[in-house]
Write a protein that binds this ligand. Structure first.
Ligand SMILES: [Zn+2]
Ligand SMILES: [Zn+2]
Length: 448
């Protein structure tokens, strides 16, 4: 490409600058607004350019490289592609990226994925945005120690550099406030060591997770995102936070500064910083801290794994399935045998129904232990009484009448029929008014 094909203004990329920030400065250097330059490079493109940091494609990057003389490789590293295979496995451009939430407005929705440090902007000769500010585990400025802002403190509009109108400054697209005029607050706790560690993790591309050996960084970060989700919302979040604060006093934070939300990316930088630090603490010594926490607050595999095993990082799915499996129902044979003995000691039959009543739950192996009830009798195990020709209304009315009488249908019908047929009363396998009786054993019922 000849030099005279270049645009007159072609600024360098500044340290860690994001491509959207550089694009905005390039537009300004050529006397244009970012939206105007965008329509030149993408004729017929959307009026509001989509998140450049994520969606700038190779075609566009090549064109920009040609028009500015910058190496295309440098431009690529100013997009999310910098973290491909490290922060995420790969990006199809459609699915959510766990640690890179969208920025600005997407389809009318406000997205708070662009964070800024107003102190850095004030210190810049030319204010610009850092790509690291897009990482949602990055919640405080490592230079100034203050929380990043993820929305305008005046009008709560999310930041979107491509909607800039002014030149040489960075303003809120909602109210036009100069972002250098704001200050970031103190973080609730020191998040710097965790941020540094996670940046190191991305740089290394892997981490050793105890017995699971080296694990890819994107899988470790996916696990961290799962832990953050447990801490951010859901029925165990509060208990988990309390437990963590007991384990490590540096994690004790005022409750009201931690709202509960389903999606950790929607938290403010203050709350997100605390919860990421907690999740990071849980991830250490994998899986021991996590397993202890889950057992203490009563989380089991049912709470922790909703999707098929293959959709989770192995180190997570394995820890959940092997250490936090809901008490395996087939393995309770001893408990069932003890329950059967207890029933027999009270002169009760150890029938399946009585066992279920005593144990408070249905266990698969009860069938093997349970004794058939008074075989040959009407209420024997599995002896359903077929009543061909009995209409559904009569069955339903019989069931209602039995329940009104406080009986199950079988004994109720038995009593009724005996009376009708002039037969004497017989003792059922238990006496329902015996105080030791657990529950009636009435296996007889109308087949539905
Ligand atoms: Zn700063
Ligand atoms: Zn504003």
């Amino acid at each position: 490409m000849r030099d005279d094909d270049r645009w007159p203004g072609h600024p360098r990329l500044l340290p860690d600058e994001s491509i959207s920030s550089w694009f905005t400065r390039t537009a300004a250097a050529n006397g244009l607004r970012p939206g105007e330059l965008y329509r030149i490079v993408q004729p017929g493109g959307d009026r509001n350019p989509r998140d450049f940091d994520r969606h700038a494609d190779y075609c566009l990057l090549d064109l920009l490289a040609n028009k500015t003389g910058l190496p295309v490789e440098d431009l690529k590293l100013a997009t999310f592609r910098r973290w491909s295979g490290r922060l995420f496995e790969h990006d199809d451009g459609l699915n959510k990226l766990a640690w890179l939430p969208p920025a600005g407005r997407e389809g009318g929705r406000r997205c708070f994925g662009q964070q800024i440090c107003p102190w850095c902007l004030r210190a810049d000769a030319q204010p610009y945005l850092r790509l690291n500010w897009r990482l949602s585990f990055f919640t405080a400025c490592p230079i100034h120690g203050r929380l990043l802002l993820d929305r305008c403190p005046t009008c709560a509009e999310p930041f979107s550099i491509l909607r800039q109108d002014g030149w040489g400054t960075i303003c809120c697209p909602g109210c036009g406030a100069d972002l250098r005029d704001f200050t970031g607050d103190e973080p609730a706790l020191d998040t710097a060591p965790v941020q540094r560690d996670l940046l190191d993790l991305i740089r290394d591309g892997w981490r050793s997770l105890g017995e699971y050996g080296p694990v890819y960084s994107f899988a470790v970060l996916e696990m961290l995102a799962l832990l953050l989700r447990l801490l951010a919302g859901g029925k165990h979040a509060h208990a988990l936070r309390l437990w963590l604060a007991e384990q490590d006093s540096s994690l004790a934070v005022r409750r009201e500064s931690l709202p509960r939300v389903r999606d950790g990316a929607l938290l403010t930088p203050r709350a997100r910083g605390v919860l990421v630090t907690m999740a990071h603490w849980l991830l250490a010594e994998w899986p021991h801290r996590f397993v202890e926490a889950a057992k203490t607050v009563g989380m089991t595999s049912t709470d922790l794994r909703k999707r098929p095993v293959g959709e989770y990082p192995f180190a997570y799915a394995h820890a959940v399935d092997w250490r936090l499996k809901e008490s395996h129902k087939g393995d309770a044979t001893e408990e069932i045998a003890a329950a059967a003995q207890l029933l027999q000691g009270h002169g009760q039959s150890a029938s399946r129904r009585n066992l279920v009543a005593l144990c408070g739950t249905k266990l698969g192996s009860m069938g093997r232990v349970a004794e058939p009830v008074a075989s040959g009798r009407l209420w024997g195990k599995g002896r359903y009484w077929k009543l061909d020709g009995v209409s559904p209304e009569v069955k339903a009315a019989a069931r209602r009448a039995a329940h009104r009488a406080g009986e199950d249908v079988g004994p109720w019908l038995d009593t009724l029929l005996r009376r009708m047929l002039g037969l004497g009363a017989t003792k059922t396998p238990f006496d329902r008014h015996d105080p030791d009786t657990i529950t009636p054993d009435a296996n007889v019922g109308c087949e539905e």
